[in-house]
Design a protein around this ligand. Structure first.
Ligand code: G1P
Length: 294
């Protein structure tokens, strides 16, 4: 019997240096894909996978994230007074339940492994999810990415990592997993490496930003050992945990957009715009105008 995955960690302390000057005073997680902040898309994905408690690892200048997940009293009062009940209902539907969010600060940018370790007291002794907020996913027919990971967890237990195939010349920018002969939708991970030098990656399957991990990861991350880029890497911690626990990969069959980079962010806006029935015909007409004669 596996334990239910109730808590998710969102490391949102990143500075967003790939997206300056936009991210000088606006946290990158609050930039919008169509009409929802990037982070709201990721929280929606977690909620659809059954997550009940949302843990944000924040940093300085990220206060608006906390405000976003709180009641905006003046705004809601004004919407009601003006009869904009649909908008008011939509805000209420997005709001996490009272007490269902926790915020803690990472204090120093020491790496993803360190950010996740900062959640140890709030997560406690149960398996939990991690969702990297740069990565915005669009569901496939099989559901959204974290829901697919939870399915795999219920079947296999242990630890789960969502992976995605990229071109060989891109693997050095990511964590990469090694696989044995079983390479279906869900497969056993036989190794992993963070940011492998070009030409050395064990496969084309990158760690794409959704994880389910056992709480034993915390005592490993506690040691604070530094890896690629001089940072405390989550991948290195998982590699150690893999010596005593199973790790399965899930090939997510929807689409993932890296919204921490300009191209991924623009592509996400177009893809989610085209998936919105009210917006799609108009957006398509604009795109046709823009691209005709290119
Ligand atoms: C992090 C992880 C890496 C993963 C990537 C996905 O890297 O360390 O394993 O592949 O996110 O975006 P970062 O983007 O923080 O360099």
């Amino acid at each position: 019997m596996t334990k239910r995955i109730r808590k998710a960690v969102f490391p949102v302390a990143g500075l967003g240096t790939r997206f300056l000057p936009a991210t000088k005073s606006v946290p990158k997680e609050m930039m919008t894909v169509v009409d929802r902040p990037v982070l709201q898309h990721v929280v929606d994905e977690a909620r659809e996978a059954g997550i009940e408690h949302f843990i944000f690892i924040t940093g300085r200048n990220k206060g608006v994230i906390e405000d976003h997940f709180d009641i905006a009293y003046e705004l809601e009062e004004t919407l009601q007074r003006r009869g904009k009940l649909k908008e008011w209902e939509a805000l209420k539907a997005d709001l996490p339940a009272a007490g269902a969010t926790s915020f803690t600060r990472q204090q120093e940018p020491l790496g993803l492994g360190h950010a996740v370790w900062c959640a140890r007291e709030i997560v406690g002794d149960e398996p939990f999810a991690v969702l990297l907020p740069d990565m915005v996913t669009m569901a496939s027919e099989q559901g959204r990415c974290l829901a697919q990971c939870v399915d795999a967890y219920e079947k296999h237990g242990g630890n789960i990592i969502a992976v995605e195939e990229v071109a060989s010349d891109e693997t050095h920018q990511y964590g990469v997993v090694a696989i044995g002969k079983d390479s279906g939708h869900t497969f056993e991970i036989t190794g992993m490496v963070e940011k492998p030098p070009k030409g050395t990656a064990p496969s084309n399957l990158i760690i794409s930003g959704r994880y389910i991990l056992g709480p034993e990861i915390f005592s490993i991350l506690e040691k604070g050992e530094k890896g690629a880029g001089g940072e405390i890497q989550l991948t290195d911690g998982m590699k150690i945990l893999a010596k005593s626990q199973s790790f399965h990969g899930v090939r997510f069959d929807g689409k993932t957009y890296d919204c921490g980079a300009k191209l991924g962010f623009l592509a996400a806006n177009i893809a989610f715009g085209l998936a919105n029935p009210n917006l799609a015909p108009l957006l398509l007409a604009e795109l046709k105008k823009l691209t005709s004669g290119l």
